[in-house]
Design a protein around this ligand. Sequence first.
Ligand SMILES: Cc1cc2nc3c(=O)[nH]c(=O)nc-3n(C[C@H](O)[C@H](O)[C@H](O)COP(=O)(O)O)c2cc1C
Ligand code: SF4
Ligand code: SF4
Length: 276
Amino acid sequence: MANEIKKLHLVYFSPSGSTEKIVKTVASEIKGLEIETHDLLTSASREKKYTFGKNDLVIFGCMTAGKLFTLSDEIFECLEADGTPFIGVATFGNTYYGIALTEMLKRAENSGFKVAALGAFVARHSIDPAFAAERPDAKDVEIMKDFARRAYKKILSGDLTLHTLPKTNWSAWEMGNKVIAYREEHPDEAYALPPSYKTKEMSDACIKCGTCAKHCPVNAINIAKKTFDLDKCIGCWACINRCPVHAIKSTSKEMADIMKSITGSAQKRLEPELFL
Ligand SMILES: Cc1cc2nc3c(=O)[nH]c(=O)nc-3n(C[C@H](O)[C@H](O)[C@H](O)COP(=O)(O)O)c2cc1C
Ligand code: SF4
Ligand code: SF4
């Protein structure tokens, strides 16, 4: 039986902004619907409940780190659906998305969605912009739009079954594969970076505009004192990437070493992967 969709909801967790752009690019191919956006970056936004019905369509996007990023439990707890069609988007920095789509499928179904389409898309790496610097590019955008057209057509026809299930996405990076194997064995373990990977400093270039604190998902920044609460910080890189004067820098040697070790394997261009 054909489906009637009345409203399109864009729901995303996008610390550095790429996921938001990709969700909006996918949405741009779905014409003629009223659109409501739900940006779940701030803690205040995640204190609310968002409910969706059968005539809504949700496009959901989340950044990944071999699995859905920190706070994805909290994010899905805010979402209550009643057989609502769901198009899911995972973004990754040309290294791997690991179990992120499998995890998204499970969580979306648990929240009452009917997952009709899933896609993993490459975006500029938020830790090191030299990785996938120009992504998404024109080729990616064409794939996103085609994905949106196919997913919407399928949903309108009343077909809300995911005919191809997502698989674990392995990496060309040897150490990355150890991380992915661990994630596969512990699918319910939340992603968390140790404090030594999150150390950063705020320089005197700071103009106290408030942007970093406003976008910090866990209120970990004290601008007056130029300090970061590393127990709260989830290492999302929003503050570093959103500061208009680049006053915040990572000081973690461990993170710099990891990025160096990926450099070789991350040269190969990875393509988006779609499951419908
Ligand atoms: C802490 C952290 C870990 C990440 N881990 C991975 C990873 O394992 N594989 C990968 O391809 N990209 C990884 N990325 C890159 C992001 O997934 C990618 O840049 C994403 O598109 C960022 O989305 P945003 O701009 O919406 O924040 C990581 C980024 C951060 C900040
Ligand atoms: S975003 Fe940058 S300039 Fe603005 S308050 Fe934060 S550190 Fe200072
Ligand atoms: S302090 Fe940590 S959690 Fe807050 S924006 Fe910066 S990296 Fe993200």
